[in-house]
Design a protein around this ligand. Structure first.
Ligand code: KG4
Ligand code: ZN
Length: 338
């Protein structure tokens, strides 16, 4: 079965064709970071306008690359939330219009479910049950996944998501958007032990909190006597240490909480996904923890960790298989728990 996946939840317009939930035939992602960069974060109105411009060419390109036509598609899976409402509306309206005219079944996929199912697009594929840590710009959530549509939330962030912390720290240091890749690369040159930023472990809970660390970085910068944006030009070595120490604190919490989840649930299989799962240090430390605990750690390749429509199509396949069809009353939701 071939599924056309569509994701317009945030600032990437993406379309993909996936066969049987595991084989990527095409996966086109048109990013917008050039547009949002100068504002230091995503401007929702600009994001939705760009989606309107890009949705048709991106879907056409996905079909062309897959060398198929709409008549060969068995289902259209669209992300209907969570995300930016204006952005989601573009993908959902487009998918509904196509399904209305072609009678192709419409499949409504939660974005977080998509991030979980990204792990099925490459070898080795996880077996159920597994623990899933989804770390992105909008989410930091830990789940127990017993099967398709059987997700139990263990914990989530009480304030900022991990990616949001990266983006906000990057903005305050004048490093631009998105912050994750820039901080990740600066951190490679710095000392992770130079500054002892706080780690919010929130004992007895699988919840996370990342707003404190952003304030801690701000307070540290103030204590140096320099303005935030001056650090990168006047104290470049200190900038490297700030990046490395900030990253060490975020990664410590993510790895430790996942380790607790393994201990508590006895499930020795972890899927790590979402944009922050592209982080080099997090990937390395999570694998090391897995080796120590003899747990299998599955982390998709970087283009499948960040937003893409192949993951939506992979999850959509299971919707079609189990008859979980959406209809034309489908409306996107900015807030949509899994
Ligand atoms: O999953 P994603 O592409 O979009 C959302 O669903 O939010 O995640 C985007 C987030 C951004 O906050 C970005 O800064 C972060 O992922 N990110 C990273 C890295 N690459 C992207 N964070 C840390 N290290 C990276 N290498
Ligand atoms: Zn995402």
């Amino acid at each position: 079965m071939r599924i056309l996946g569509i994701d317009t939840s945030c600032d990437d317009t993406s379309a993909s064709v996936v066969e049987n939930g595991i084989k990527i035939i095409s996966n086109i992602v048109s990013g917008q970071s050039e547009i949002h960069k100068k504002y230091g974060g995503i401007v929702p109105e600009l994001a939705s306008r760009k989606h309107v411009e890009m949705i048709i060419p991106v879907v056409e390109q996905a079909l062309k690359k897959a060398e198929i036509e709409l008549k060969d598609i068995d289902g259209i899976a669209v992300c209907h939330g969570p995300g930016l409402i204006g952005s989601l509306l573009v993908g959902c309206s487009f998918a509904k219009a196509i399904c209305y005219t072609t009678k192709i079944p419409l499949l409504a996929v939660n974005h977080l479910e998509g991030h979980i199912f990204a792990s099925f697009l490459e070898e080795p594929r996880p077996e159920f049950p597994f623990i899933a840590l989804i770390v992105s710009g909008g989410h930091t959530s830990l789940y127990m996944v017993d099967g398709f549509d059987r997700y139990r939330e263990l914990g989530k962030t009480r304030d900022d998501a991990a990616g949001e912390a990266y983006d906000k720290v990057s903005k305050l240091l004048g490093l631009g958007y998105p912050g994750g890749p820039v901080i990740d690369s600066l951190a490679k040159e710095g000392n992770p032990k130079a500054i002892d930023f706080p780690r919010a472990y929130l004992p007895e809970s699988f919840d996370f909190s990342f707003s404190g660390i952003k304030t801690a970085v701000l307070n540290f910068v103030k204590s140096t006597g320099f303005e935030n944006y001056e650090i990168k030009t006047k104290k470049p070595e200190l900038l490297l240490d700030i990046a490395a120490s900030f990253q060490a604190a975020v990664v410590d919490v993510l790895v430790r909480k996942t380790e607790w989840a393994i201990k508590r649930t006895w499930i020795k299989r972890v899927v790590l996904s979402g944009g922050v799962a592209a982080n080099s240090q997090l990937r390395r430390r999570m694998k090391e923890m897995g080796d120590e605990r003899e747990a299998e750690i599955i982390i998709p390749s970087i283009p499948l960790c960040t937003d893409n429509a192949a993951m939506i199509a992979a999850a959509g396949y299971h919707h079609l298989l189990t008859g979980k069809l959406a209809d034309l009353t489908l409306n996107p939701k900015a807030y949509l728990p899994l």
